[in-house]
Design a protein around this ligand. Structure first.
Ligand code: FO1
Length: 314
């Protein structure tokens, strides 16, 4: 890892948007991403790592700008043929994207680790930032709902997050080990960022891998979290509804409380400045910014601010 590196804990689309800004304001080689693999899934016999791929494709400039996931201008001919054969095709896998999953699956079957495969995919796509999975061991997010426990992508894509969430568990997390370099990069980083991702299903699984939360706690003063909640709404996805169903107020303060033991800095949107005092009472330093990233200028501005808060020259 480079000296003066920034480590970012990341989910999928929301994190990728922020990271796009970060690699513009820092040398991309200074950026190391630890990605969520809790929403990995098996589809058509292939190992899919949606969040790792979303971050990789975005930083490679390949992501589909309309959806945020998948590859831009991809075709879906393989999926059409699968549909004709009667296979389930609710999870959209493009032809070029499928090459990633075929390659990953084959190497994992041969005994290579997810870290190795992720690194290879990133290097073939000329990424200069490092991307490492939270763990090479399988961890699977399971969503408890009134109609039973659902595999993550069934809840998220097939059922469009419409079920009420009564619980979340990370199957396999207790036995999982952090990926080989994860604890080292956290210990050596100049600063660590918790991206504006869903705290329950994107950052939650990463923190559930034994050792990672403790490693962050040791670096608390150098950890900045960015609120994914702005003005009572989630920047993306079902975070707000998940908070409501757990009886939590939908405020950045409630998210800050989830991170109070591991982050010394908490970035909130201008719209939420009224919560700054309460965030201070959690012994966190509130930083007020525009956190809604519509285009590259806003992504860069937010990234620059957070990097500077962590003592980086950005
Ligand atoms: N998200 C969807 O909403 N619908 C899809 O069909 C879909 C397919 C897909 C394929 C590959 C991939 O890497 C991601 C994909 N995603 C899709 C995104 C993904 O399900 C979620 O955004 C993440 O798991 C949550 O971060």
């Amino acid at each position: 890892m480079r000296r003066n590196a920034i480590v970012a804990l990341a989910g999928g689309i929301g994190a990728a948007r922020f990271l796009q800004g970060l690699v513009h304001v820092l040398d991309p080689r200074q950026v190391c991403v630890i990605g969520n693999t809790g929403d990995d899934a098996e589809m058509h016999g292939l190992h899919i790592s949606p969040d790792l791929d979303t971050v990789t494709y975005t930083l490679a400039g390949l992501a589909n700008p309309r959806t945020g996931w998948g590859i831009r201008r991809d075709s879906f001919r393989c999926l059409e043929s699968l549909k004709a054969l009667g296979a389930e095709t609710w999870f959209q896998l493009g032809d070029r994207d499928l090459a990633t999953h075929i390659y990953r699956t084959e190497r994992l079957r041969k005994g290579d680790s997810l870290s190795e495969v992720t690194g290879k995919i990133a290097s073939v796509l000329n990424l200069r930032s490092a991307i490492i999975p939270m763990s090479d061991d399988p961890v699977r997010t399971r969503i408890r709902t009134p109609s039973g426990e659902l595999e993550f992508q069934t809840y998220f894509v097939k059922r469009r997050t419409r079920d009420r969430v009564t619980g979340i568990r990370f199957q396999g997390a207790e036995e999982a080990r952090p990926a080989p370099r994860a604890l080292e990069v956290i210990a050596k980083a100049k600063g660590i960022i918790l991206c504006p991702s869903n705290p329950f299903i994107s950052i939650g699984p990463i923190l559930a891998v034994p050792g990672i939360r403790e490693a962050l706690r040791q670096r608390r003063d150098s950890v900045a979290a960015i609120s994914p909640i702005v003005g009572g709404r989630a920047l993306k996805g079902p975070a707000a509804r998940m908070m409501q169903s757990q009886g939590m107020p939908v405020t950045p303060l409630a998210v800050a409380a989830l991170y109070a033991d591991i982050a010394g800095v908490f970035v909130i949107d201008k719209e939420d400045r009224k919560h700054a005092r309460e965030i201070e009472s959690l012994n966190m330093r509130p930083v007020i910014s525009n956190t809604i990233m519509r285009g590259l200028p806003q992504k860069k501005a937010l990234a620059r601010l957070v990097a500077r808060e962590l003592g980086m020259r950005a």
